[in-house]
Structure formats: C-alpha cells, structure tokens
Ligand binder design. Structure first.
Ligand SMILES: Nc1ncnc2c1ncn2[C@@H]1O[C@H](COP(=O)(O)OP(=O)(O)OP(=O)(O)O)[C@@H](O)[C@H]1O
Ligand SMILES: [Mg+2]
Length: 241
C-alpha cells in the first residue's frame, strides 16, 4: 500500500547531476492530485534537471521518485510516459519533415487504441484550433507559439495523469503567454495534475496552488502559492525580480 495519501508525485532526497557537476543536492517535493504546483528559481537552479529526473531523462544518483504510489526511480522515459507521467521539455522539439498531425500521432505512441487516439486528437484540435487548421503542414514551419501548442498537444495525446511543463511560455509574446497560462489552467480544471516550471514567477504563482523555490539545487522555500505571492521579499530575493 502507498503511504503517500493523495500525493500523485513524491520526491525524496533526489540527487542528480551531469558528470562532475552535481545539479540537485537532495530534493524533497510533493504534488497532490488535482493541483498545479510550480517550481521556481533562477537560471541554473536545477528546475529542468528536476523535471528530467522525474521523467527518467536523467538518472537519480540518490533518493527516490514515487508516482501514484509506485516507485519509478530508475525506470526509463518510455515506461514512465506509458504510466501517465508526461514531460514537455524546454524548447519545443518539433520534428522537421513531419506534419502537425504526424507530430501529434507520435505523441500517442503509448496509446494502442486507434479510436482513443482519434478522440484525443480531436480534443487537441478543440483546445488548439490552429493545430487543426494546420494539421497537414510541416510542424517545424509553425510559429514559435504554435510550436509550443503542438508540443503541449503532443503531450496531451498520451492522456497524462501528471504533466511536467518546462517553461511553456518561453519566448512567447505577452498575449500568447497569457493564452498558454489559460490553457494550463483549463487542463488542470479538466483533471490533469501539473508540475509547472515557469520563468514568470508572478504569473505561475497566480495559477498554482503550491510553490517551491529552488536555489543551487536545493529547495529554499515552499508554501501555498498565495502566501509566496504575498511575500514580495521572497519573490525579490529568490527570483531576482
Ligand atoms: N547537459 C548538461 N551537462 C552539464 N551540465 C548541465 C547540463 N544541463 C544542465 N547542467 C547544469 O546543471 C545545473 C542545473 O541546470 P538546469 O538546466 O536544471 O537549470 P534550470 O533551473 O532549468 O535553469 P534555466 O532557468 O536556465 O532553464 C546548471 O548548473 C547547469 O549548468
Ligand atoms: Mg531550465
């Protein structure tokens, strides 16, 4: 039996790094069902490494990752995606030479039911009408904002229980940043639990239920998002705003 209550995701003492660089010094973090949790911190703090360690792209050197009560530490990225934990990495990683539709189909490699794949694709097109209109166009020819939508759409094709989003608004015009945040909120309201890394701390805290502040690979602060948001000194000291 799981002892994690309604924690969908539970990190305990996670250490990870690259060669001689230790990027994470022992991260404890929980995401509860139905929440949006945001992970904030300056450039190089270890936000992306945390997400990569959760999704199996980077191997944990110590500690454990539990997803829906199951220990997934050391599992490979495909196995983890199959279990419903889906990562939208930094940058968009849209495959050149493949149409929008083919990019979406690629996202559904975990879904064997063809009918379900079709339903999901229709849901993605409802959420992002532009992707429906451009479905036969090469995905790499979409604008930056559209490619971000495609990257999120591809993740949704898996039907994720937990979505890891790494800076979904990166490089987008202000209007599209707000649109992206609205979509994140909608996905959450539709039942997807979300761990969100976002450069715009104020925006992320407005959206999230709970927040963690990462500094040099360690959690420096964690609290209800509203409380973190209210404390201007925290935002200034840890996020350099
Ligand atoms: N592939 C890699 N090889 C070596 N070092 C890396 C690699 N990726 C990240 N690092 C280092 O690990 C540390 C954490 O990086 P990470 O990408 O997790 O930070 P981040 O918080 O996501 O930063 P940003 O806001 O710039 O995206 C940094 O010191 C970074 O230089
Ligand atoms: Mg990053």
């Amino acid at each position: 039996m799981s002892t994690s209550g309604n924690a969908v995701l539970k990190l305990k003492g996670i250490e990870a790094g690259y060669g001689r660089i230790q990027a994470l010094m022992g991260i404890d973090l929980e995401v509860h069902e139905g929440q949006i949790v945001t992970l904030l911190g300056a450039n190089g703090a270890g936000k992306s490494t945390t997400l990569k360690t959760i999704s199996g792209l980077v191997r944990a050197r110590a500690g454990s990752v539990e997803f829906m009560g199951e220990d997934i530490t050391g599992k490979n990225a495909h196995q983890i995606a199959r279990s419903g934990l889906v990562h939208v990495p930094e940058g968009r990683h849209i495959l050149r030479g493949l149409s929008v539709k083919e990019n979406l189909e690629l996202g559904a490699f975990t879904v064997s039911d063809a009918k379900l794949r079709q339903t999901r694709m229709q849901e993605v097109f409802d959420l992002f009408p532009i992707l429906g209109k451009r479905q036969h166009q090469d995905g790499s020819l979409l604008s930056g904002g559209e490619q971000q939508m495609l990257a999120m759409g591809r993740a949704l094709m898996h039907g994720p229980k937990l979505l890891l989003l790494d800076e979904p608004s990166m490089g987008l015009a202000p209007k599209l940043v707000l649109e992206t945040m609205r979509i994140v909120k909608r996905l959450n309201e539709a039942g997807t639990t979300i761990l969100l890394v976002e450069q715009n701390a104020r925006l992320a805290l407005r959206l999230a239920h709970y927040g963690y502040v990462l500094e040099s690979g360690a959690i420096r602060m964690k609290d209800e998002a509203a409380r973190l948001q209210a404390d201007k000194s925290i935002v200034q000291a840890y996020l350099g705003e």
